[in-house]
Design a protein around this ligand. Structure first.
Ligand code: PHE
Length: 446
């Protein structure tokens, strides 16, 4: 291969793009939904613990692997451990990425539809019953969500085509700050509604009776999903990182921003569900019913609602781009296709593979796998199984094959002190494999 590999234009650009990968539907849609299903505060507590023990250290691990090899997810492993089969982790990652992107575009497609619907004012003035009804009508239609999904994938492909620094960096610089701003407005609005405080208490008070191995596995899966870990997205972004960059500091910024936005969302959605009496049973659609209910209490609801959903679609876009980028980087590096051919082919494949998930809310609703809808099944199998397994393999690879010493010297290039090197190495070698494996196995059996 010839030519210099692309690098991020600036430190801020890299941070924003990586935060852009991490922050997306995982924070805005998935986090509140899982919190509601898993009983509130207990889940939140587990989530935070896993963020500290597994999440942030693994961001450091993936960034250092990517930067050390400057290669895609598959080649990284064959470069760092030649003549071994560890590159199979990369193949496994590609499969995971493909499935995630397929169902991710479905939910992102809903955000697109909700943006258009908000502009047209179809949610204005409806109460939670009306909003639930219109949500069911929209997502069960055989055409509307397919349109949203297709449009979303098209946008993702276009940005990946423009290239990493041109496309991804630029868009993240606009989206991330705007999202935070809108969420703050929503937070203030929600917390000043009558009865919101009960929801806040429910969100924070850990009911320890609700902690079990299933909750722990849900929390683990949520950390992996939300931090974009366990399938090479952060690793691939690390491969475009310059040697001067401070990896531990970046990991901390990424982790804190991602958790911050998730908590913000939780503090918006859950109190609002209490205020508007929204049934937790509606599953993946819960956020799409709750948020418009809040907007309807604001002056200029059409404005806020349109702005929010367009930003949500963009936040999802910066995540989807990082997913598509994992596959594109591999195909361009290894198969030698042009970026264009790689991105378009993958986009079409993802669209086709995601169609059953889109239709699972309507015409395919009777079709279930292990009692999950097709959509929920794709989410479950990737978040709760493939990502933890992928993360476990990455940690074992780094700790026991490539070696934490090499990783530490890679990290020290941009962070000469790396005061926590010893603790980090210990976590990687001993604590993380045990914690991930323990939660994973007991969650699956339990
Ligand atoms: N972290 C992204 C989100 O929270 C989703 C994602 C998962 C992106 C895995 C890349 C890889 O929305």
């Amino acid at each position: 291969m010839s030519g210099k590999r692309e690098q991020w234009n600036s430190r801020l650009g890299f941070i924003l793009a990586t935060v852009g990968s991490a922050v997306g539907l995982g924070n805005v849609w998935r986090f509140p939904t899982v919190v509601v299903q898993s009983g509130g505060g207990a889940f939140v507590l587990l989530f935070l613990l896993i963020v500290i023990i597994v999440g942030v250290p693994l961001i450091i691990a993936e960034l250092s692997l990517g930067r050390a090899s400057r290669k895609n997810v598959v080649t990284t492993f064959s470069v760092l451990a030649p003549r071994t089969k560890w590159w199979l982790i990369g193949v496994f990652s590609l499969i995971t990425v493909f499935i995630i992107l397929s169902f991710y575009s479905v939910i992102a497609g809903w955000a697109v539809i909700y943006f258009l619907g908000s502009v047209l004012g179809i949610f204005t003035g409806l109460d939670s019953i009306g909003l639930t009804a219109i949500n069911q009508q929209l997502i069960s239609s055989p055409t509307v969500p397919v349109f949203g999904q297709g449009l979303f994938i098209l946008l993702t492909v276009v940005i990946v085509l423009v290239g990493v620094t041109g496309g991804i960096e630029r868009i993240s610089k606009i989206v991330m700050p705007s999202i935070v701003m809108i969420l703050l407005v929503l937070l203030i609005r929600t917390l000043t509604l009558d009865g919101a405080i009960e929801g806040v208490i429910w969100f924070f008070r850990p009911n320890l009776a609700l902690i079990n191995f299933n909750t722990a596995l849900d929390a683990l899966g949520q950390v992996f999903f939300s931090f974009s870990l366990g399938m090479g997205a952060i690793l691939t972004y690390g491969s475009y990182l310059s040697d001067e960059e401070d990896i531990p500091k970046s990991a901390l910024i990424i982790g804190v921003s991602d958790v911050g936005i998730a908590i913000l969302m939780g503090l918006i959605v859950i109190p609002a569900m209490f205020v508007f009496n929204i049934e937790p049973g509606i599953g993946p659609a819960v956020v799409f019913v709750t948020l418009p209910a809040i907007f309807n209490t604001l002056p200029a609801s059409i404005f806020w609602s349109s702005l929010f959903f367009v930003m949500l679609a963009f936040a999802a876009l910066t995540s989807a781009v990082s997913l598509l980028e994992v596959t594109a980087a591999y195909i361009v590096d290894q198969i030698g296709w042009s970026r264009k051919k790689a991105a378009i082919t993958m986009g079409l494949a993802v669209f086709a593979f995601g169609l059953p998930a889109t239709l699972s809310q309507g015409v395919l609703a009777h079709f279930t796998i292990l009692n999950f809808s097709i959509l929920d099944f794709m989410d479950f199998i990737t978040s709760s199984i493939f990502l933890p397994v992928g993360g476990l393999l990455i940690v074992i690879f780094l700790g026991w094959v490539w070696g934490t010493q090499k990783a530490v010297s890679e990290i020290k290039k941009g962070s000469p002190r790396f005061a926590l090197a010893k603790i980090w190495s210990f976590l990687i070698r001993y604590i993380m494999p045990v914690v991930i494996l323990y939660i994973f196995i007991s969650g699956i059996i339990g």
